[in-house]
Design a protein around this ligand. Structure first.
Ligand SMILES: Cc1cc2nc3c(=O)[nH]c(=O)nc-3n(C[C@H](O)[C@H](O)[C@H](O)COP(=O)(O)OP(=O)(O)OC[C@H]3O[C@@H](n4cnc5c(N)ncnc54)[C@H](O)[C@@H]3O)c2cc1C
Length: 229
């Protein structure tokens, strides 16, 4: 581990280097599995890669889960500490670059989307909307980067929402579910067939959004999701 920084209370961004290789190969959206051998037994947990491709480094974004075995261990690492991990895996990756894509994230569920956005938007300029929900405004992880991306690339829209806003917050409030229609922005019924929705976060939100999408006529194949719990 090269280093870490605090992104929000109890949320850290970690940087790692893979020794002995020039390039760390993965597809944005994939996860690695970290192996914790602390107390004599092996405990493995998946973490989405949060960075775009390039060189032999990668980044993770995770929250400290109360009494969580592996997240607590990772939060205690110091720069230079070595971590065992399995190679990148997973199919939570951009399926049809020609389709419109809507990304729905809550909390650290933003990690795979940051990787996809920073990697794909400048190169292939896909049509993507990011709907990002958090409890507090300070939990809008990587907000500056997404705002910058939206300013630079008209094909990318950023829709943040906060469930427990302070008076200073002038943006959208409430859960991601209540902003789905704005994010989907289906102007014509035909657009539904060429829109894919990617959802990442805790089970309750993911299942809720999937249900909402099915009610709107989305096919199973158009709903791609990753559950963290
Ligand atoms: C494909 C995949 C990718 C993942 N990517 C990330 C990532 O990028 N960042 C990240 O922070 N987590 C991610 N997770 C969750 C991660 O794998 C662990 O489950 C999490 O860190 C808790 O592990 P632990 O050993 O600390 O807690 P445990 O000792 O396993 O206990 C965790 C308890 O908290 C619940 N829980 C699990 N995850 C969370 C959470 N994020 N917030 C609140 N409660 C939770 C579990 O249901 C369980 O009851 C991912 C999970 C999967 C399956």
């Amino acid at each position: 581990m090269l280093g870490w920084k605090e992104l929000a209370p109890e949320v850290h961004h970690f940087e790692f280097e893979v020794p002995g290789v020039q390039t760390f190969d993965f597809t944005p959206g994939q996860f690695i599995s970290v192996v914790d051998r602390e107390q004599g037994k092996e405990v493995t947990r998946a973490y989405s890669i949060a960075s775009p491709r390039g060189g032999n480094r990668f980044e993770l974004c995770l929250n400290r889960v109360p009494d969580g075995i592996v997240s607590r261990w990772l939060f205690g690492l110091r720069p230079g500490d070595e971590v065992d991990m399995h190679e990148p895996l997973g199919y939570f990756t951009l399926r049809h670059p020609g389709h419109r894509a809507v990304f729905v994230a809550t909390g650290t569920g933003i990690a795979p989307f940051r990787s996809m956005l920073l990697d794909h938007v400048p190169r292939i300029q896909p049509h993507i909307t990011l709907l990002f929900g958090v409890r507090y405004e300070e939990g809008l992880l990587y907000r500056g980067e997404f705002e910058e991306l939206a300013r630079e690339y008209p094909n990318f829209r950023f829709i943040p929402t906060v469930t427990r806003p302070t008076e200073a917050w002038k943006g959208r409030t409430g859960r991601v579910q209540s902003h789905l229609d704005e994010a989907l922005a289906l102007r014509m019924p035909e657009e539904l067939a060429t829109t894919d929705v990617y959802i990442c976060g805790l089970k309750e939100m993911v299942d809720d959004v999937r249900r909402e999408l099915k009610q709107r006529g989305f096919d199973r194949k158009q709903i791609i999701y990753e559950k963290y719990d």
